[in-house]
Design a protein around this ligand. Structure first.
Ligand SMILES: [Zn+2]
Length: 433
């Protein structure tokens, strides 16, 4: 075989598994693999996972923090206004340069698939051209999927409808929208119908910024679910953010979630952004503003966590680390039980891959040999430690490495190498543990 990774723990709990790779694909996943290879990686009981996937990002805005100024109020609306101030100054070169820098970070973090919204409201479609070029350049390393996103409103921005069509004609993959930013609830509802019809006619996926608001009356998710089932788009449509669901009354939600299930509507929550942007009009108590993640997961919907923003008009932090995202999501949603914590890891890996309809994702014979070896033993430990990516593999080749943590202490009786992963002597005799 071309490569064998031995002694891997897998996200589903299997331990001491060997992964055999030939060419770009995984060909064997089993304990004690008899085959040999001149290239073997000893995972030593560490977690080997399919790559991280970010199903909600804005690569045209990333790494622009502070230009031309910082978002003083921290609100979504000031962020949109600030982005509007910036847009006339953007060149294709500067957008591509920032995006490529972000892709470097992503690869280093084992983040090998990103769905990025791209603003199509600028008539020159500068960002679309720039990101289509970036998508082609990074394809050997990272799957970049682009969403035609009418940031200033599909109806509210005069040329958005025409520009969206032009962007899709140029090869943008997914139809976007922003119904809560249209002038009226009626326009928002109409935009959902129109955009879903475009996707149905072209055979494309849909991913809308939907109800990114603390207003419990922002109910465009209902229209999104309705249009999904009307047009037979089950499993192909995603509602991003859905923060108004945080503030809706429970009776209405008890009707809404079954409607979403009927439509197999996918959900993307963006914990870092939602916890910092929502609730800005509250005094105390302040709402958290994140959608109802555990309830939506319990209902059987596919829910992912996205990064959304890194160092841009909406968010001044971030580093392409999806474990940072999972960590925040776990805390905000109070998903602290063992199974719930593992679900948070799935939300930045498998669930996000499913939403993006990624081909050949996973650890099974036939899947692409896209893998990350983490300095952790299991998914919960990975989140707790924001674990180092010891090795990142793409199509069977190592494309990024980080060294394991080492310290140089000389204390009598203490080990020279430390471990964040235990087990520790807790004083309990073996027979009682
Ligand atoms: Zn977004």
């Amino acid at each position: 075989m071309d490569l064998i990774i031995r002694g891997a723990n897998l996200p589903d709990g299997r331990e001491a598994i060997d992964i055999g790779i030939e060419g770009e694909r995984i060909v064997a996943v089993e304990p004690g693999l008899a085959a040999t290879s001149p290239n073997e990686i000893d995972a030593k009981g560490r977690l080997v996972t399919p790559p991280f996937v970010d199903a909600h990002f804005h690569m045209d805005a990333t790494l622009s923090y502070g230009f031309p100024r910082v978002n003083a109020s921290g609100t979504l609306l000031e962020g949109i206004a600030l982005w509007g101030e910036m847009k006339p100054h953007l060149s294709a070169e500067s957008i591509a340069e920032r995006a490529l820098s972000y892709c470097d970070w992503a690869v280093a973090r084992g983040l090998l698939a990103v769905r990025s919204h791209v603003d199509i409201c600028d008539d020159s479609l500068t960002a679309v051209e720039a990101l289509l070029s970036v998508k082609a350049q990074v394809a050997p390393y990272l799957d970049l999927q682009l969403v035609a996103f009418p940031q200033d409103g599909y109806y509210r921005s005069p040329a958005a409808a025409e520009n969206l069509t032009r962007a899709l004609d140029k090869g943008v993959d997914v139809v976007g929208g922003i119904p809560h930013f249209e002038r009226t609830m009626a326009d928002g509802k109409a935009s959902v119908a129109a955009l879903c019809e475009i996707a149905a006619a072209r055979g494309l996926l849909v991913d809308m910024h939907c109800d990114e608001s603390d207003d419990p009356q922002s109910r465009h998710v209902e229209s999104l679910a309705y249009e999904t089932q009307r047009l037979g788009l089950q499993g192909r449509v995603t509602g991003s953010h859905l923060t108004s669901m945080h503030s809706m009354d429970n009776y209405y939600v008890s009707k809404l979630i079954p409607l979403m299930c009927e439509s197999a509507l996918n959900v993307i929550s963006n914990p870092l952004i939602n916890i910092t942007i929502q609730g800005r009009h509250d005094t105390y108590p302040k709402r958290r503003g994140m959608t109802r993640v555990p309830e939506l997961m319990d209902a059987g919907l596919t829910v992912a966590f996205g990064q959304d923003c890194v160092m841009d008009p909406w968010y001044s932090l971030g580093s392409a680390d999806m474990l940072d995202v999972a960590h925040m999501g776990l805390h905000v949603a109070q998903m602290t039980g063992g199974e719930a914590m593992r679900s948070c890891f799935m939300a930045v890996t498998e669930n996000a891959a499913k939403i993006m309809h990624l081909d050949g994702y996973g650890i099974a014979p036939g899947c692409f040999a896209d893998l990350v070896v983490l300095e952790a033993g299991d998914p919960v430990e990975a989140i707790r430690l924001k674990a180092s990516r010891l090795k990142v593999l793409r199509r069977g080749r190592v494309i990024a490495e980080s060294p394991p943590t080492t310290v140089h202490l000389d204390l009598p009786g203490r080990p020279k190498e430390i471990s964040f992963t235990g087990p520790w002597d807790n004083g309990v005799p073996e027979s009682r543990s």
